[in-house]
Ligand binder design. Structure first.
Ligand SMILES: [Zn+2]
Ligand SMILES: [Zn+2]
Length: 1024
């Protein structure tokens, strides 16, 4: 028997080439009683490893191979939870002492752990002298035996003789026999134990090639290069016990040590601890009492009066919250939003938290879950094993300010951002492996940019399916090895990244429970991602950035400035965004016309098409819209029946009278997850918590047999409630059909208000709204130029940037009662914030009189000055842009068309005129229609349209066949195009081989409601 104590998984980041599953299952096949994980300088894989090994009855030994000052390796194994904690401490200390001034990026830096750190956290560890890069072996290899001995004495002093082992490996590398002999001799001289390992980096011998390739990526070299770090053989695989025993037949003591170590190691990782901090309630109050008080005072503000119904609901929620010991979490979130309110930072809770009335009363969410009859159990219940988290969107500009508040309040050692593991998918695998395998940059690029976003193990299939790959000129035989290698590294982690919103707060220093390090961006993150962190027992808080809130705030500010300019006193200002009525019919008219460009969540082509057919006239239609245009409902074919029933064109039948009150609001369609829970409660007598569990199982049911057994359970319970068996079966089949597609109503409701209100802004204040959207790009579905087209459609023109008039952000100028949008300075390519600031500050002392005056007063780079000139920012001083560029008055200015191109290149938008409008005279004789012309052309006519191509994409479809959707942008708006599979197969190369050119598309007109769609028959590049 043998136990492998030195193993690297893919979490050694490019130094482990078999999945952890493969390693563990191989160890299980050999009936190994224990297995250790010793990734380089991290515990990222520890939770996964703990779970995988425990599931197959192998004892997990959690460890790491650290890098010491001087780049020496050392293996640490945790004897028990205290040892685990010490490893967390050692790694954290090592990483956090890397200063940002160290050479290299955070992504590639390895810690240099000091002896002092080891001394502080030395207990409850077994320590092995490591591979050739260990201090002792490397000194011996350099012929410095006595120094090696001194080093060993240092380790003995640090960890104690019984805990420090001289590690022997038998990997058939040159000099290994000699090294082992001296290592064993040193052990004898110092009365140290020896231990046998194989320093495994992969499960099977053949994975060695991948290991070598990953090493090339890591060391930025190519396969043909010679490099001291490259392995010279494939011996570092998880060898069978008998093989290991025979390798170490001369060192029986080294085998005996394995048993001693194993015996003294207990499972070191404890999952599911309670680590959340308790909230400090005011004196005399328990946290429970404080939460209760806040909830009721909030309820009074929200509802005016607390009815029996409200009280009953709040009591029900408070009871569950406190039983689950979740009151501190609610209070912590309350405290954060309280801070945001005080600082006037726009925010709103999203997700299933909006099912909670307590969250509504604490001003965490804006959805009245009592009024809407939303089920709390979709958010949390006693039956549900895991605790839910609360997600809050903040004005993107101030999200970091809010998170700083959390750090400040709880202590920066108790708060950290959750990490993500950036993993290999198709494109990244081809790029990294291709470089290592010595493909030219052009060859790699041609391949990678044609790849859709798929896993690196789906490339072969993609080549069959996608014409831009299949019909490309790439010779696939050449890429075969590359594709095979990519397949093997699917989902392997590449580096540690930062989760966008996830923060964890712990009652103790986080480094007692998880190692902390810098992410690639330099943010302090936990080495566990959000799933592992929850397994550990910590609760994640999601503080997210929402640019839409920034744009809303800017719109509100611009509207106020406008009111101000019109002489309305501040205290008399009319516009109140918070109090906007949700019943403005002009706003619904905008939705019904499908003019929703820029409207939050309602602007995609699919949403625009839905809006023009759904004919929304109240906020519930908006809530339903958000739930309808999701991959699920589209795949599940729920959209058509929903629209038909909404308009009374299809009869609504309920198979049981109990379904009517539940499904009435969605016309008999199961649209929301909450409805599935309600049905199970009403029809089959589940408690709401059990019903939510049922819903979750149904959603994630992997197999037919699993679904059948859930169905039997449901039917049995329904029959016991007096429901006819056939009816019960029917209801279940209905639920099963929709369960995985349903959407959380609370989340839809939370977003619907913002969607409606942005539509209101778009309808009534288009200049301010589009100016604000343009200031906060990238935002939403469309590029800025599309938003400019829409602004012009609403009668709002754009004005060139101007050194005397432009602000940092887009602004609104009013002349003769007509509003225009002034392009911002920030939109000018390459300009820095410092340059913008200096222009605006200097202008306060008087307008710039000439370009000379400007350059005298402002210090800025030549590139920025050129870009300002080319974008028209000096036109009001000197209209001849070329003369400014060359400092010569003799020279003729750029042609109008050149100006159009240069402006677009620098600003990303057409200020004066859209390209297509400029070309229109040339396009007319070609028979090309505008998006405006289409409105008066009857259905089924064959037409030709042209424009800039906006977002070609291939969403999942019910049939599984590819359908491409895209929009063509011309000077009047968008033309939505549908390309079915047969046409896509012919023209895919044009669409998806990198950036898609402007296109001419021939196709037939199809109308649905007010929406117009072209079914493409032929495509060509528009070349003018
Ligand atoms: Zn090593
Ligand atoms: Zn190693």
């Amino acid at each position: 028997m043998f136990i492998h104590l030195h193993n690297h998984s893919p979490f050694s980041f490019l130094d482990g080439s078999s999945s952890m599953e493969a390693m563990v299952s191989r160890a299980a096949n050999f009936n190994m009683p224990a297995l250790a994980l010793t990734d380089h300088n991290n515990l990222c894989g520890a939770v996964k490893f703990h779970k995988l090994t425990s599931a197959v009855g192998i004892k997990p030994i959690i460890g790491t191979e650290i890098t010491l000052a001087g780049n020496f390796h050392l293996v640490l194994l945790a004897k028990n939870p205290q040892g685990y904690k010490n490893i967390c401490k050692i790694l954290t200390a090592g990483y956090l002492s890397i200063s940002s001034t160290s050479a290299g990026s955070f992504r590639t830096l390895t810690p240099q752990i000091s002896v002092e750190t080891l001394k502080k956290f030395k207990d409850n560890l077994f320590v092995l002298s490591a591979c050739r890069k260990g201090e002792i072996p490397s000194l011996i290899l350099k012929g410095k035996y006595s120094e090696a001995k001194r080093a060993a004495l240092k380790y003995i002093e640090l960890f104690g003789k019984d805990n420090f082992f001289i590690e022997l490996q038998q990997d058939f590398t040159p000099g290994r026999g000699y090294l082992n002999k001296l290592l064993a001799q040193l052990a004898v001289e110092l009365k140290l134990n020896i231990v046998a390992t194989n320093n495994n980096h992969y499960a099977h011998k053949e994975d060695y090639k991948i290991h070598d390739l990953l090493g090339c990526i890591k060391n930025l070299i190519k396969l043909k290069d010679v490099h001291p770090e490259r392995p010279i053989n494939g011996e570092n695989y998880l060898k069978a016990p008998l093989d290991m025993l025979s390798l170490f037949k001369d060192y029986p003591e080294a085998i005996k040590s394995l048993w001693e170590i194993n015996e003294q190691c207990e499972a070191a990782l404890i999952l599911g601890k309670k680590l959340f901090p308790s909230f400090s309630a005011p004196a005399g109050l328990t946290t429970e009492g404080f939460l209760r008080e806040l909830t009721y005072s909030g309820a009074l503000q929200r509802y005016g009066k607390i009815t029996a119904k409200i009280k009953q609901r709040l009591e029900h929620e408070l009871d569950i919250i406190c039983k689950l010991d979740y009151q501190d979490y609610f209070l912590l979130v309350w405290d954060i939003v309280q801070y945001a309110r005080q600082e006037k930072i726009r925010y709103a809770g999203r997700g299933s938290a909006a099912d909670s009335a307590v969250a509504f009363c604490l001003y965490i969410t804006e959805v009245d879950s009592i009024g809407r009859n939303l089920l709390f159990e979709r958010f949390m219940s006693l039956e549900r094993a895991e605790k839910p988290d609360i997600d809050i969107d903040f004005d993107a500009r101030y999200r970091d300010k809010v998170s700083s508040y959390v750090y400040q309040k709880y202590g920066s050692d108790k708060v950290a951002t959750v990490c993500t593991y950036n993993t290999y998918h198709g494109r990244s695998a081809i790029r990294d492996l291709g470089r290592a395998m010595d493909f030219s940059p052009e060859e790699i690029d041609a391949f990678a940019k044609r790849l859709p976003h798929i896993g690196s193990d789906s490339i072969k299939k993609a080549i069959e399916v996608f014409p831009e790959l299949r019909n490309s000129e790439l010779s696939w035989s050449k890429y075969e090895e590359l594709i095979n290698a990519a397949e093997k590294i699917a989902d392997f982690p590449r580096f540690i990244g930062t989760h966008l919103g996830g923060l964890v707060v712990c009652k103790e220093p986080l480094s007692n429970h998880v190692p902390l390090q810098y992410s690639a961006k330099g943010v302090v993150v936990t080495q566990y991602d959000k799933n592992y962190i929850e397994d550990l027992g910590l609760v994640k808080l999601d503080l997210l950035s929402l640019r839409t809130f920034s744009a809303i705030q800017d719109s509100v500010d611009l509207i106020k400035i406008n009111e101000n300019n019109a002489g309305i006193r501040f205290d008399e200002q009319k516009f109140d965004y918070e109090a906007l009525s949700l019943g403005d019919q002009k706003t619904y008219q905008l939705l019904r016309e499908g003019n929703t460009l820029g409207v939050f969540q309602l602007e995609s082509p699919a949403q625009r098409a839905l809006q023009s057919r759904l004919k929304a006239d109240n906020i519930e239609d908006v809530v339903a819209s958000l739930a309808l245009i999701r991959p699920g409902p589209i795949k599940g074919n729920m959209v058509e029946p929903y629209i038909a029933r909404r308009h009374g064109l299809e009869k609504i039948a309920y198979s049981h009278p109990k379904l009517k009150p539940i499904l009435e609001k969605t016309y008999g369609v199961v649209l929301f997850q909450e409805q599935v829970i309600e049905i199970a409660t009403a029809v089959a007598g589940f408690t709401p918590g059990e019903a939510d569990k049922l819903r979750r199982v149904m959603t994630h049911a992997r197999s037919q047999s699993e679904m059948i057994s859930i169905g039997e359970h449901f039917t049995q319970k329904a029959v016991a409630q007096g429901v006819d068996e056939t009816v019960a079966t029917e209801i279940f089949s209905y639920m099963a059909g929709y369960a995985s597609y349903g959407f959380c109503e609370a989340h839809a409701a939370a977003f619907a208000t913002t969607a409606y209100k942005t539509a209101f802004l778009s309808k009534h204040h288009p200049a301010e709204f589009f100016a604000s959207l343009l200031s906060h790009q990238p935002l939403g579905y469309y590029p800025p130029n599309t938003l400019c087209v829409e602004a012009r459609n609403r009668g709002v023109n754009l004005l060139s940037p101007d050194v005397n008039l432009s602000q940092a952000h887009f602004t609104v100028e009013k002349q003769l009662n007509k509003k225009s949008i002034r392009v911002s300075l920030k939109q000018v390519k390459g300009i820095s914030q410092k340059e913008i600031d200096s222009i605006i500050t200097s202008r306060r002392e008087g307008f710039f009189a000439s370009i000379e005056d400007f350059t005298n007063r402002i210090e800025l780079s030549r590139d920025t000055l050129e870009n300002l000139i080319l974008s028209g920012a000096f036109d009001s001083l000197t209209p001849n842009r070329r003369s400014l560029l060359w400092s010569s008055t003799e020279i003729k200015d750029f042609s109008y068309e050149e100006k159009l191109f240069l402006e677009y290149k620098i600003l990303g938008i057409n200020v004066k005129e859209h390209f297509m409008s400029h070309w229109r005279e040339k396009l007319k004789p070609m028979g090309i229609k505008t998006s405006k012309d289409l409105k008066s052309i009857p259905d089924n006519r064959l037409v030709k349209v042209a424009g800039l191509t906006i977002r070609p994409h291939r969403p999942p479809t019910k049939s599984g066949k590819t359908i491409v959707f895209l929009s063509l942008e011309d000077e009047f708006g968008l033309v939505d195009i549908t390309i079915f599979n047969n046409i896509y197969q012919k023209y895919g190369t044009l669409l998806f081989s990198g950036k898609c050119p402007p296109l001419i598309i021939t196709g037939t007109i199809q109308r649905r409601g007010k929406g117009i769609n072209i079914i493409a028959k032929g495509l060509e590049a528009l070349d003018l």
